[in-house]
Design a protein around this ligand. Structure first.
Ligand code: SAH
Ligand code: SF4
Length: 371
C-alpha cells in the first residue's frame, strides 16, 4: 500500500501519528508572511527583520537586525531550538556526517560536503525519520517509516549545519534531499522548507541549486512539477525491468517504469534543465550489458544526465557492488548505447563522499534501529 500525501505509514501500512506537538511552534518553519500575521497590526513592518533574525545564523552572535519590542515578544513565543547535533564524523575527504536529534528524541542524519575548488558547499539533508519505501539496498529502507520531518526541522538541519560548519550565507550553498527518507512522500513539508530557504531575506538559496531525489512516486512528481518554488529533480532508477525494479524498489509495483517515463516526458523542464537519472549498481542484479541498453532506452528522449553510483555495501543488505572492472565495463557500454540514441546529457560515476564515515548514500540509518 502506498502512502497518501500528509499521511505517515509504517512498514506494514498502518498510519503512524506524528508526535504530540505541544508548546511553541518551531520558528524555522514559518514564512515571513506567517511571522507578520503573528504580530500586532502596527508592528507588521518589522516581520522581515524578524524573519532575517530567525533564518540568518550569522546574525545570531553578532548584533542581528533590530526586532523591536513586539518582535522580541514574538521570538520569545516561538521555539528557536535548532535540531541538536549529537555526533559528528569527519571523513578523510572533507565531508562530515552529522547526526542530529529532533525534539522528540529521534536521530536524523545530514552530510556537510565542502568543495573548496568550486567555492561551494553541498548539504545532503533528510526529509523523514526512516522511509516507507523499503528499497532492499538501502539502510534507511530497513527502518520503515517513523515520521515525516516538519518544514521547521528540515530548515533547522540546514541552519544547524551552517552554524556548525558554514557557510554563513546561502549564496555558495547547494542542497540535495538525498539523506534519510523519500522527500516526495513528505512533499508538503519539503516544499514549504524549500520556499523558506529560498527567500532572499533569509538563507537565500536558489531553487536551481536544490535537488530533490525520489524513488519515483509518480503522482507526487506531477505535484512537485507545479510548485511555485520548484527545485531540480533526481530520480532513482536502479533497475531496467519491472521484474527487477519491483523486487529491489517496491514502489515500482505501484508506478512501473513505463509510468515513470511517461511522467518524466510530461515534466515541465525549464530551458536547459535536466533530470538526473541515478542508477545504483547492484552486482548480478542490474549490471548486465542488456541493463545498460535498457537504461539507455529509458533515458532516450529525456533531457537527462545519468549518474552511476557504486553500491555502498552495508550489513543491513545482502546486495553487493560489482567489482571495479565490471562497473567500468557497464559505464562504457552505457556510454556507447546513450551515444547511439542521440543522448545529449552527461554520464558520470558518483564519487561516494563520506563512505568511510557511513555518510554516503543509503548508509544513513538511525543507530537504534540498526542494532
Ligand atoms: N528516497 C530518495 C532520496 C534518498 S536516497 C531516493 O530514493 O531517491 C538517495 C540516493 O541514494 C538514491 O539515489 C538511492 O538510490 C541511493 N542509495 C540508497 N541506498 C544506497 C546504497 N546502499 N548505496 C548507494 N546508493 C544508495
Ligand atoms: Fe527510501 Fe530512498 Fe532508501 Fe528507497 S533509497 S528506502 S526511497 S531513502
Amino acid at each position: 500500500m502506498l502512502p497518501v500525501l500528509g499521511q505517515v505509514l509504517d512498514a506494514r501500512g498502518a498510519v503512524v501519528s506524528a508526535p504530540e506537538r505541544t508548546g511553541a511552534p518551531l520558528a524555522f518553519g514559518l514564512t515571513a508572511d506567517e511571522l507578520a500575521q503573528r504580530l500586532p497590526n502596527d508592528a507588521r513592518v518589522s516581520a522581515a527583520s524578524i524573519f532575517q533574525r530567525v533564518q540568518r545564523v550569522s546574525s545570531w552572535d553578532a548584533d542581528g537586525p533590530v526586532v523591536g519590542k513586539d518582535g522580541r515578544a514574538l521570538l520569545a513565543s516561538l521555539d528557536m531550538r535548532l535540531p541538536h547535533i549529537v555526533e559528528e564524523a569527519p571523513s578523510e575527504d572533507g565531508a562530515t556526517r552529522v547526526v542530529l536529534q529532533t525534539s522528540d528524541g529521534h536521530t536524523i542524519e545530514a552530510v556537510h560536503m565542502p568543495r573548496p575548488h568550486a567555492g561551494r558547499t553541498t548539504f545532503c539533508v533528510s526529509s523523514q525519520v526512516g522511509c516507507a519505501m523499503g528499497c532492499t539496498f538501502c539502510a534507511t529502507g530497513t527502518m520503515g517509516i517513523v515520521r515525516n520531518l516538519s518544514a521547521g526541522e528540515i530548515v533547522g538541519q540546514v541552519l544547524a549545519l551552517m552554524r556548525a560548519h558554514g557557510p554563513q550565507t546561502g549564496h555558495h550553498l547547494n542542497l540535495v534531499f538525498m539523506g534519510m527518507g523519500e522527500p516526495m512522500h513528505n512533499l508538503e513539508h519539503v516544499a514549504r522548507a524549500v520556499e523558506i530557504l529560498c527567500d532572499p531575506a533569509g538563507v537565500g538559496l536558489s531553487e536551481k541549486r536544490i535537488t530533490v531525489s525520489t524513488s519515483g512516486l509518480v503522482p507526487r512528481i506531477d505535484a512537485f512539477a507545479q510548485l511555485r518554488v520548484r527545485p531540480l529533480l533526481s530520480v532513482s532508477i536502479n533497475a531496467t525491468t519491472d521484474e527487477t525494479r519491483g523486487r529491489v524498489m517496491p514502489v515500482n509495483r505501484a508506478f512501473n517504469l513505463a509510468a515513470l517515463k511517461a511522467c518524466l516526458l510530461r515534466f515541465p523542464f525549464r530551458r536547459g534543465e535536466k533530470v538526473l537519472l541515478a542508477y545504483v549498481l547492484l552486482r548480478g542484479e542490474n549490471d548486465s550489458d542488456d541493463d545498460a541498453r535498457r537504461l539507455a532506452d529509458f533515458a532516450k528522449g529525456l533531457p537527462a544526465n545519468v549518474n552511476l553510483i557504486p553500491l555502498n555495501e552495508h550489513s543491513l543488505s545482502a546486495h553487493r557492488a560489482p567489482d571495479d572492472d565490471h562497473g567500468a565495463r557497464f559505464a562504457r557500454v552505457l556510454y556507447d548505447e546513450l551515444k547511439a540514441r542521440d543522448f545529449h546529457g552527461v554520464l558520470t560515476t558518483r564519487n561516494n563522499r563520506g563512505r568511510d564515515i557511513r555518510g554516503a548514500c543509503g548508509q544513513l540509518v538511525q543507530e537504534r534501529a540498526a542494532r
